[in-house]
Design a binder for this molecule. Structure first.
Ligand code: ADP
Ligand code: ADP
Length: 226
């Protein structure tokens, strides 16, 4: 696990669209930070810069002590969970989980060990030979999390991972992510527009508005009304 440090992070898109206007944020090792704010405030841009899916216009991004501004996503030792699952439809669940490890040159016994372990944690062991289309939405989302988990990354990024699920599953998965977090103590940056998700999951919440941090605090500090 590792800390994530953002210093004066900026993103300006073509046409002088200032999506992120200088964000300073230190996410501690093992901390779960939830990024909230209105649509268009820059949440997704910020997350994608940390992931390496978007270039950084200005500022410094560190993972642990390492400046990663110019590193490819795969070199950053972080894993991202997407809302659209991003599973490979033609592969079994096992191969969906194993794929990233194979690409990284892991040997078969290590891959098998990691896949079994993640499948056990996420209770998808009995689905390992199925294809994604043979799974429910919640099961698919668990496979998507499994793909991040098997890599044992220094940090996790979540891009509204539950927003495609129905209300009941959303509640269930929220609880499961919380339990997973308690066990793994993973450094996490989690984007959502769901206040309940933010309150349940976040050690700390960051409220973004028009590309800048408006408020930082515990869920109680942010949402408690006098
Ligand atoms: P959020 O995730 O909070 O909804 P985004 O990060 O998606 O916000 O968007 C922040 C701002 O940047 C918005 O004004 C959006 O229109 C703009 N934006 C996002 N992506 C691009 C892009 N590829 N090119 C130009 N502008 C973009
Ligand atoms: P790995 O399992 O090694 O991450 P993937 O093939 O899943 O390999 O992903 C390759 C790259 O594409 C990664 O950098 C990942 O962050 C990115 N990626 C995967 N799925 C999506 C998606 N749905 N949208 C945007 N980028 C994605």
């Amino acid at each position: 696990m590792a800390s994530i440090t953002l210093e004066g992070l900026k993103k300006t898109y073509a046409g002088d669209v200032q999506a992120v206007k200088g964000v300073d944020l230190a996410i501690k090792d093992g901390e779960f930070v939830v990024l909230v704010g209105p649509s268009g405030c820059g949440k997704s841009t910020l997350l994608r810069m940390v992931a390496g899916l978007e270039t950084i216009s200005d500022g410094t991004l560190k993972i642990g002590d390492r400046v990663v501004n110019d590193l490819e996503p795969a070199e950053r030792d972080i894993a991202m969970v997407f809302q659209n699952y991003a599973l490979y439809p033609h592969m079994t669940v096992y191969n969906n989980l194993a794929y990233g490890l194979k690409n990284r040159g892991f040997k078969k016994p290590e891959i098998e060990e990691r896949v079994r372990h993640a499948a056990r944690m996420l209770e998808i062991e009995e689905f390992l030979t199925r294809k994604p289309r043979q799974l429910s939405g919640g099961q698919r989302q668990r496979v998507a999390m499994g793909r991040a988990l098997v890599r044992e990354p220094a940090a996790f990024l979540f891009d509204e991972p539950l927003s495609n699920l129905d209300a009941k599953l959303r509640v269930q998965m929220r609880v499961e992510i919380k339990q997973l977090q308690r066990r793994l103590k993973t450094t996490s940056l989690y984007v959502t527009h769901d206040q309940l998700e933010a309150m349940t999951l976040g050690d700390r919440l960051v409220v973004l508005n028009a590309g800048q941090i408006e408020q930082v605090g515990t869920p109680m500090e942010i949402y408690a009304r006098p």
